[in-house]
Design a protein around this ligand. Structure first.
Ligand code: AHM
Ligand code: MG
Length: 342
């Protein structure tokens, strides 16, 4: 029986990862073990996110991260959990985090592995204090050889080389969504047994959705093609007699997850707001690539407007890219506005 057909209670994430791995040519058990470590970090972060209001864990640390953004206490803590768990997994040679300026090596006294992992430990963290859903996003690459310590080159790779990607969304219930290149599956955390259980097998995005998610406060800073596209989705459609619905949480992982399940498009395009960040806000390695891999595996697409996200050759760790992601037809529509054919 295919893993996707099993009932909710009998298929744990751990077992699903093991079953799925059987189909990989390079299966050694190390890859499953790595994903299980990521799930463990997710459970630890979930526990703390759930009681953040009780433990005085809310608020800012008073410091800014490499992106110049305020660091939330929980952000910082989640970052350390990811580093600690992955460093001790014996499966990782190098890490890169949205919260850390340089790559993060595995300490010399710990055993290193053949995978490199990029992560955003707590995406959407500016919403923490308001109990809005936030999440951990991750992207996994595999080295061809396992000689020597990992280097920056092991993470500066195009998204097409990812071997797995996913996120853990800490919400009204917490869910682990991942792909290892054979479709997308979602596992809801059952807190009573502490296991992620298969709840969303083989997630497929519809060809086209009717939700658009974008921060419209940026309208005046957008390029003309983005304005025209957003004006268009807000106009009355001849067939449905309705405009698209607008939904914007301001937490990428939550906005993406909703659109993954219901269909739609998320946009954080380039704009003229801040000359220091002409390519929008979101980061290629920690946000765009992993979600692009999931979107494509679910039948959707991810683009800058002119280029497939996963084909971008990263130049530096904290590179930002315009991100247009969602159902294939919606993303193609936007690209036509950029190309000027509409
Ligand atoms: P973060 O990784 O520091 O949390 O920043 C990324 C977040 C995304 O989750 C979200 O889509 C975006 O920033 C919202 O930005 P804005 O407030 O400009 O709409
Ligand atoms: Mg983020």
């Amino acid at each position: 029986m295919s893993p996707a057909r099993m009932t909710l209670s009998s298929m744990t994430l751990t077992r699903h990862i093991m079953e799925t791995q059987k189909h990989f040519p390079f299966a050694t058990g190390e890859f499953s073990d790595l994903l299980n470590h990521i799930a463990l970090a997710g459970k630890i972060i979930n526990r703390e996110v759930n009681k953040a209001g009780l433990t005085q864990f809310l608020g800012l640390t008073g410091e800014s991260n490499v992106q110049g953004e305020d660091v939330q206490m929980l952000d910082d803590w989640a970052n350390n959990v990811m580093i600690r768990v992955l460093s001790r997994s014996q499966r990782v040679c190098i890490m890169a985090s949205e919260e850390v300026a340089d790559v993060i090596p595995v300490p010399d006294d710990l055993i290193s592995g053949r995978y490199s992992v990029c992560f955003d430990p707590l995406d959407g963290s500016s919403n923490i204090d308001a109990n809005v859903s936030i999440g951990t996003i991750f992207s996994v690459y595999r080295r061809d050889d396992d000689d020597g310590p990992g280097t920056e080159a092991d993470v500066l790779r195009p998204g097409t080389e990812q071997v797995a990607a996913g996120y853990i969304l800490y919400g009204s219930s917490s869910i682990f969504v991942y792909t290892a290149g054979g479709g997308v599956n979602g596992f809801t955390l059952d807190p009573s047994v502490g296991e992620f259980l298969l709840s969303h097998p083989d997630i497929q995005m519809p060809e086209q959705g009717r939700i658009y998610s974008v921060n419209e406060q940026n309208y005046h800073y957008w390029y003309d093609h983005t304005r025209r596209y957003v004006d268009w989705v807000k106009s009355i459609d001849k067939e449905t007699k309705r405009p698209y619905s607008s939904r914007y949480i301001g937490s990428l992982v939550s906005d993406f997850h909703r659109n993954l399940l219901y269909g739609g498009i998320f946009l954080y395009p380039e704009d003229k707001k801040d000359p220091k960040r002409p390519h929008g806000k979101l980061r290629l390695l920690y946000e765009a690539n992993p979600l692009a891999f999931i979107a494509e595996q679910a039948g959707g697409a991810a683009s800058t407007g002119t280029e497939r996200i996963m084909e971008i050759d990263p130049e530096y760790l904290h590179q930002r890219v315009p991100l247009i992601i969602g159902c294939a037809k919606n993303v193609a529509d936007y690209e036509e506005f950029v190309a000027g054919t509409r």
